[in-house]
Design a protein around this ligand. Sequence first.
Ligand code: G3P
Length: 222
Amino acid sequence: TQTPLVILNFKTYIESTGEKALQLARALEEVSEETGISMVAAPQGADLWRLSQEVKIPVLAQHIDPVEAGGHTGSMLLECAKEAGAAGTLINHSEQRMQLADIETVIRKTNAEGMNTVVCTNNILTSAAAAALNPDFVAIEPPELIGSGIPVSQAEPEIVEGSVAAIKDINPDVRVLCGAGISTGDDMKAALELGSEGVLLASGIIMAPDPKQALLDLVSKI
Ligand code: G3P
């Protein structure tokens, strides 16, 4: 069995931008080395290159646009994220939703490049639909709990359990993460007990007075 996975989505908080993104990535790297738990950083596109050069943990893009190389000003091209050192990408985050056909395009291209995909979903049915598209991970995050500080593993455990069941039924190879409001060791423990294989989280760590300590707390009860 693989160790649980922690993916920190840096979003666009000032506390996880630029120089601070690097500090946060270093905290993830240190905690990963100290605990043996896999930690992954998902910084903004403009921070991908620096982080991938400066830290040893995997770095993911937060989004890839479903475009081919050419005239698409302002888009995030998969090939560019790859050259910037991304090991894969989040897609379809509730803050950056995509159409089903575009999610499929990005997963297919990302798989072909040997990179990893984490498809974010908002409920059990979209989790099942995402699993059919063959991503590496599906991350279930009820939108109303994102950034709320109320952990999904306590507020809506049935959505996590239901998503795990629906995803594994359709595609047992897909690994399941959950997120929204996760910040403490109890939250993470509960998430794993519900059948998820890791967490996708943001504000509870990024906004903590001491993010490294918050990460150590997060994995203290596994
Ligand atoms: O992608 C992770 C995220 O949407 C959860 O956000 O701030 O509730 O941990 P947060």
